[in-house]
Structures are given as C-alpha cells and as structure tokens.
Design a protein around this ligand. Sequence first.
Ligand SMILES: [Zn+2]
Length: 257
Amino acid sequence: MLPSDILQTLIERTRALGDPQNDFVMMAEGNTSARADSETFFVKASGFGFQDANETHFVQVYFEPVLRALDGQPLADDQVRRLLREARVPCDHERLPSVETFMHAYLLQLPDVNYVYHTHPSPFVSLMCLEGAEMYADKRLFPDEIAFCGEAACWVDYVDPGLELAKAIRNRVQSFIRRRESLPKTIWLQNHGLITLGKTEKEAETAMRMQVKAARILLGALQSGQPLHFLSPEEVQRIHTRPDEHYRQRLLWETQG
Ligand SMILES: [Zn+2]
C-alpha cells in the first residue's frame, strides 16, 4: 500500500474509533499510528481529537531518532519537544507528534505490527484503577476474548506518559515475548488506558473493541459479588490454537466494515 493510502486508512479508522458512542476517547485523548515504510511512520499530532481527524492532524516521523532516544538518558520536556520536532519528515504544517510517539515507534518496529491504537475507554480505565488488576491480564473469561485479544494481555505499571512510559512498555513487551513466544495483541496501562496492535487496521480495531467489551463483562461479573469463573489455562490454550478460531479471526478482519 502507498504511504498516502495508509494515511487515509489511519484517518478513517481514527475517526471511527473516535465516535462518542464508543466512549474510547474524548477531546485530545489517545493517539493512533501506522507504519508508512521501512524508515517512517504516521502518528497523531499532539492536541487533536479522533473524531475530526484529517491529514493535518498527523505527522510522518522517522523511526531512527525516536528509537535512539529509547536507549538514551531521560530527557527534559524541552529536549523531548526538540527531538520530536527534528524527527519529523518535513511537511507543510508545524504540528508536533504526540508525546506517546516513542511508544508508537517501538511497537511499530515489532514484526507484523503495522497499526497501533491507544485510547482511554471508561470501563477499561475503571478496570485499570482497581487494586490488583494486574492479575486479570493473564486471565480470560470467554472465547472471543482469546480469539481477538490473545491468550493474555501485557501489563504495564503506571509510569508518567511519554519517553519513560515507552521504556516501561518495551521492558514489559520484551518479557511477554520471552515468556509466551508471541506478541501481545493488547497492552494494559495501569491507571491510564489501553493499547492494541495489529498487522492490519482491522486487527488492531477488533482487539480494541473486544478488549473493552471484556472489561465491561469483567466489571459486571465483579459487581455481582459472586466468585468469578475464569477459563482454565488448558481451555485458553485450546481456543488460542484452534484452527477454526483462526479462520473466524480472518473472516471477521476481512469482512468488518
Ligand atoms: Zn493515554
């Protein structure tokens, strides 16, 4: 796909995610990104909402300087702004990429990750604010959660948004990959929000929608006061590796509007 087509897809899906009915974001919350080519990616500019996204609300950024900062010392806010300004591919506006550009750059250079969405859905953030919520990242309640969000989520303790959060995400994703020999589809940010990854825009969006549904189901079950019944590790594995579930995933990703 041409980078200009990728940008159009990203704009269209960002607007769809920003529909107020979803309750995923409000005002300038959240950010989305897509890999443009081997050297650059598109990421939402700082200060704009999802719902009215257009070409001028996105910035094309070089991977290299942003990824280099992840290996460096902590930076002051003005140093971060300068780095983000200098990492931009020149264009006809001066907008700055989101402060979460570091996290997007890291995730978009993982194999088979072409789209990254980050939102603050109300029911999901409620879950992220529960003491001990980390234990739910490894649990699954129903089959479609496994089919579209994977066998487990990657948990990240609360860290100040920006460069330091990107470093924390990198550490936790790397240990997730070592432990499970696969990439997470969803990343849970304590007291903050949700990140989903996808090879396609639909994969990242379906993971977002299903993870928020799963959070609602979990919160509803918790409110009943009854003990929860989670799927066993064996049941999770069986669904995670079942060929017909993979077929359903493909079918949904291909037909979802
Ligand atoms: Zn956020």
